[in-house]
Ligand binder design. Structure first.
Ligand code: ATP
Ligand code: MG
Length: 418
């Protein structure tokens, strides 16, 4: 019979790579804890309306990337394409935004119907941070400093660069939009098809175009910075100052507008040149209007999402996986029960010990092969000989050295001391 394959663009992560994923995730979790961010776990499926209202109808995600279906009750549901909408929905639903600030993070799979390629999948993973109730640039700087520290911990600081921009208040953006649309209409014949379509639906997204033929046109387009009011400028300058004071290099990129409707004020992206055209590894910004838009009380908010698949790719060169400590070899079938019992005793006595028991049986030679492949530092051997003497054999697998026999108590002492 023909075997069934995974859905295109949805990857299995095999044990070879999950060790690296865990390493990355553990760093993230530890770091967020240290900055006082708390985890929120959210459903993978939400009502379709939530994404339409938050991300916006005229965005790539809502127009063509969502996995939307009717459930058995004919309700339209969608596999989450990102985490912010669900996080805001949950915050409103549980009253998290009343008279308090929240610093939250989430992680998990996201789903977008895109053309699969390296670094771009239909099920991919994000870790996101969202801070609610904070005005001003202090929190913006904190998010950027925290992400910079993460790249440092993961050893990839040299591979990523920070781009920032500000979209200003909705009113400034609206004025700018008009000027930009005018400009594009004047040069309509130079736009590509995609941009002509966006001019009608979501014109600022034209700035985001990757088409090299458009760059000249866009470079001479009106600049959003010229439409900011003094308060917008003050906030943005404050952020830039604080980044400089903390030694964070950045580039102000006036063409950075981000794809989603909900952004206001500061937006940013961490980009890399190491992954071909899939350059963004972390992106976010301020979205002060969204909580109210989704039915809550007006609440300033800012967040970012990290593309974990891409971060893992960036980390893969340097990573050396952690290995287990011991591998227990069953040198005779009659020793099976003894091995199992003694292994359990060791686990109780030395809780931090990682110990694999060979449950596959077979020749001693094949067990040693598996022990070696496991990366274990030492092997324990229990067979007829050891049983008759009431001893265990210990063999260092990583250094030349003779094997040594121990009484059980002595072995526990020996393992504790190494
Ligand atoms: P891109 O421009 O690469 O399509 P985006 O602007 O659509 O990214 P966001 O919605 O900002 O992406 O998501 C935040 C991060 O999630 C991105 O910077 C990227 O690292 C990652 N990401 C987004 N879409 C995918 C995908 N299909 N596969 C893998 N990672 C993704
Ligand atoms: Mg995208």
């Amino acid at each position: 019979m023909k075997s069934i394959q995974a859905v295109k663009g949805m990857n299995d992560l095999l044990p070879d790579s999950t060790v690296l994923w865990q390493w990355v995730e553990n760093h993230i979790r530890g770091l967020f804890f240290n900055y006082g961010y708390e985890e929120i776990r959210l459903p993978i499926v939400e009502k379709t309306e939530l994404f339409k209202r938050s991300i916006g109808e005229a965005t790539d995600i809502v127009e063509k990337e969502m996995y939307t279906f009717l459930d058995r009750n004919e309700e339209s549901l969608t596999l989450r394409p990102e985490g912010t909408a669900g996080c805001v929905r949950a915050g409103i639903e549980h009253g998290l935004f009343y008279n308090q600030v929240q610093k939250l993070w989430y992680q998990g799979p996201m789903f977008r119907y895109e053309r699969p390629q390296k670094g771009r999948y239909r099920q991919f993973y994000q870790v996101g941070v969202e801070a609610f109730g904070f005005q001003g640039y202090l929190i913006e700087a904190e998010l950027l400093l925290m992400s910079a520290r993460l790249w440092d911990l993961l050893g990839i600081s040299q591979k990523v660069a920070l781009h920032i921009n500000t979209l200003g208040k909705p009113a400034s953006r609206e004025q700018y939009r008009e000027a930009f649309v005018n400009y594009c209409e004047k040069h309509h014949d130079q736009l590509d098809d995609d941009s002509k379509r966006r001019l009608k639906t979501n014109p600022l997204r034209i700035l985001d175009s990757k088409n090299p033929d458009l760059q000249k046109l866009l470079n001479s387009a009106p600049k959003l910075t010229d439409y900011l009011d003094s308060e917008d400028k003050k906030q943005f300058d404050g952020l830039c100052e604080l980044l400089k004071a903390n030694g964070i290099a950045y580039e102000v990129n006036p063409k950075l507008v981000r794809g989603l409707d909900y952004y206001t004020g500061t937006v940013f992206e961490w980009v890399t040149e190491a992954l071909g055209s899939q350059g963004a590894v972390c992106a976010g910004g301020r979205y002060d209007g969204l909580v109210e838009e989704l039915g809550g009380k007006a609440t300033p908010a800012i967040g970012f999402a990290i593309g974990v698949d891409r971060i893992v790719d960036l980390c893969s060169e340097k990573f050396t996986p952690k290995t287990i400590d011991g591998y227990f070899i069953v040198a005779s079938p009659s020793a099976q029960n003894n091995v199992m019992q003694f292994a359990e005793l060791l686990r109780s006595e030395i809780p931090e010990l990682s110990l694999v028991v060979d449950c596959a049986s077979g020749s001693i030679k094949s067990q040693f092969k598996r022990a070696d492949k496991s990366g274990a530092k030492f092997a324990l051997i229990l067979g007829e000989d050891e049983l008759s003497k009431n001893m265990i054999t210990f063999k260092d697998l990583r250094q030349e050295g003779e094997q040594k026999q121990f009484k059980r108590d002595e072995l526990i002492k020996h393992l504790r001391s190494t």
